[in-house]
Design a binder for this molecule. Structure first.
Ligand code: ASP
Length: 320
């Protein structure tokens, strides 16, 4: 591949994670997403036909509001036919395996499968069994690549750069795919990433991903430009990781007092769903000068448009 092609395309069949992606691929997806932000701002409810006659199936084994809806909206805005498989009413409930479900859907010849699954690695496994492109919409605590891309786009919009920024990811690092994908992406683009959490919520060996660890908000937030708050992922916890919610909020919940430890213009991000009064103070979450939480949702649609388009373009090139 020429350097020009590397800069101007996404050279992979699937989007399974951020780990291992070159900066050129990440930057290409961000640039393309940014173009879609402009398009969405100008055209509001306008529709393109770039993915006309393409079939995209959302296959979600875990609950989702933002991600599933925004993939659906993104595909529709590009003119694709979008199908949603609801696990609750599908044959998966009758005991069909992940692979059998994948093979069944594959036989319908979709162009893209967007998959969320509760097990780390399940989406990659599925991608090896089907002919179409696969996008990981979150696999257990492993990766959530489109979330990291939309977080990066939100940061770029507000701060105009990523390289050199000090970024803190706070909360349940242990069970968070958002933390992992963000660490890979932000490090690849030259940010200084740190994690802040109680020791029980820091996974072993996380420093090998190139982050500094802090166990308290005061020292962890010092000089920080971006604060990414995470939800306690109770659904992935077996046993108790924090003494009580009240105590957790007192020490790790972001409120005005703790925000003052960071830079005066530090921006707050949260992937949602938020648990107000647990990891973030409710009034702070709604402060549009300090929090970009709803902007992230808007960026999410543009990022998913760019990812769907990139996967289809790769497929068209491969068939040339
Ligand atoms: N929505 C994000 C995810 O799917 C974060 C969360 O659920 O807390 O990982």
């Amino acid at each position: 591949m020429t350097e020009d092609e590397l800069i101007n395309s996404y050279p992979h069949k699937h989007l399974l994670g951020i780990e291992g992606l070159l900066p050129t691929s990440i930057n290409f997806l961000l640039k393309s997403s940014n173009n879609y932000v402009d398009y969405l701002n100008n055209k509001k409810n306008g529709k393109l036909d770039i993915l006309k006659n393409k079939i995209c199936i959302n296959l979600f084994f875990e609950n989702s509001t933002r991600t599933r809806t925004s993939f659906e909206l993104a595909g529709k805005k590009l003119g694709a036919d979008m199908l949603n498989i609801s696990v609750g009413t599908s044959s998966i409930k009758k005991g069909e395996t992940l692979i059998d479900t994948a093979m069944t859907l594959n036989a319908m010849q979709p162009d893209i499968l967007v998959v969320r699954h509760h097990d780390a690695g399940a989406v990659k496994l599925l991608s090896e069994k089907v002919n179409c492109g696969v996008i990981n919409a979150g696999d257990g605590p492993h990766e959530h690549p489109t979330q990291a891309l939309l977080d990066a786009l939100t940061i770029l919009k507000r701060k105009k750069k990523i390289s050199g920024l000090k970024i803190a990811i706070c909360g349940d690092i242990m069970h968070s795919r958002v933390a992992r994908s963000n660490i890979h992406l932000l490090n690849t683009l030259g940010a200084e990433v740190r994690v802040i959490a109680p020791a029980t919520l820091i996974p072993k060996g996380i420093e090998s991903l190139g982050v500094n660890i802090f166990y308290d908000m005061k020292s962890g937030l010092k000089d920080v430009d971006i604060i990414i708050m995470l939800r306690l992922q109770l659904e992935r916890m077996s046993g108790s990781f924090v003494p009580s919610i009240r105590e957790y909020f007192r020490f790790y919940g972001l409120d005005r007092e703790k925000l003052n430890f960071a830079n005066p213009d530090a921006l707050i991000l949260h992937p949602g769903p938020m648990n107000r009064g647990v990891e973030i103070d409710s009034e702070l979450a709604d402060d549009i000068d300090r929090s970009a939480i709803f902007e992230q949702v808007q960026m999410g649609v543009a990022v998913r448009m760019a990812c769907l388009k990139a996967i289809i373009d790769h497929k068209l090139k491969a068939n040339d």
